[in-house]
Design a protein. Sequence first.
Length: 452
Amino acid sequence: ACCSSRHGLGKHKSRPDLPSAAMGRLSRALLIASPLLAWAAGESDAKVLSNLRRGATDQVAVTAAAASERLGGAAVGAAPDVGGVGGERRLAEAVDPACAVTGFWEIELKDMGIKVVARMWKASKDLGMFQFVGRGQCKDQNDRTYASLYTESGVSLDACKAACEDSAPCLAFEVTDLGACFLRCSVDDFPPEEPRNWLEEWGDDASGSIHGVTLPFDRYCYRKLDEDAGNPVKGSNGGYWRVMWFPKEETTFYKQEVSTKEAPLEVGSAQPQDFPDCLRNGATVAASAPFASGLQVIWGLREMFVWAGVPSAKSKDHTWRRLNDTAAWDQTFDQTASRCPNAEDLTELDGQISWLNLALGGLGNCNAGNFLRLSPDTLQLDEGGWKQVVYESFRYGGEVFVRRMLFKRYQAVADEACFRALVDMIWDQRVQLTYAGINARLDASTCMTLVP
């Protein structure tokens, strides 16, 4: 059961017998915008963080096809690290060949000047009928917050998701790194039952569907999808593949769009069928496995459909690269993300892109495409790396790079709103700024705190 009443807006019913230790943990969580800092807050966890920092990069070359054959086609997920000299580690087992499509990929409608970026990754949990919205509290289209029932600790993501699934009025749920769970509901819904010992939060009169996130940023928002929206598809090697869409460059709707276009996709070994328009145009593509398909998004007045695979001439002997700072920027890392490394040698995917112009009655076209890899998550943290970020001109890529810089500096975001304003300033000055100049601005900023 869930959640709100239109009466008593702005009131908050607290539980007087909440242990002081739990209150302390909650207070500390509210000061932590980055999941990395929450993870590194305890002494033992700080030691784990220190151990991670000893090696900034893991690299290993494996033959994916041979590894799959040796293991009889069984799942070969990210393996534990073993050994290592001078901070370098090798993977004990082969990497899942499907991981080759992991990363940020630029997709361009060349005739229309539209560029978007698809980030593909393999989630370790089935989100079912829920969609990841972003880091922060769920909000409606008018930037208002929802009423909810909540508990402050001890609830896993799966348990929180199940509670929302069991409640028809529940529009979304939020979880924090410390196990708080919020069931978010429209102000017009007031169920007769409540989970025992849960607290009430009346919100700000929000109603209707979830449209984004807002303060505080110590939590993660997942909204419930319509029954016909589709579920994550489990890959042949395990895991649930997802895609998140970003605008390539700064736009007037950047902040609204960036956290709302996330969906399931399928990754497999069979090449998808040609789109009909591409078949008529002769824009056929011969590519190799793995293939990502089911990529579909409405962007502005156009609906796009995409599939992509590894270029057929590309060797299957990939050089896999995994950085240990992913948690610093990946909002899904602690909750659902797998640990797929990137195929460093794979710089593009081949495929098809079909689109419809919704303003012209569904008229459209289709063409073959080369989807270039963008690399803010793997670039070296130095002047050369920053120049490549500027060259790629991917707005969110700049934020990824700066968050990775914080990790290297033993820092984490303490004030997410302050940090986002800082990133906006850095991005606006990106052409003139050097890597040293960014470090100087981070030195002068009060948005961060040191990680032990």
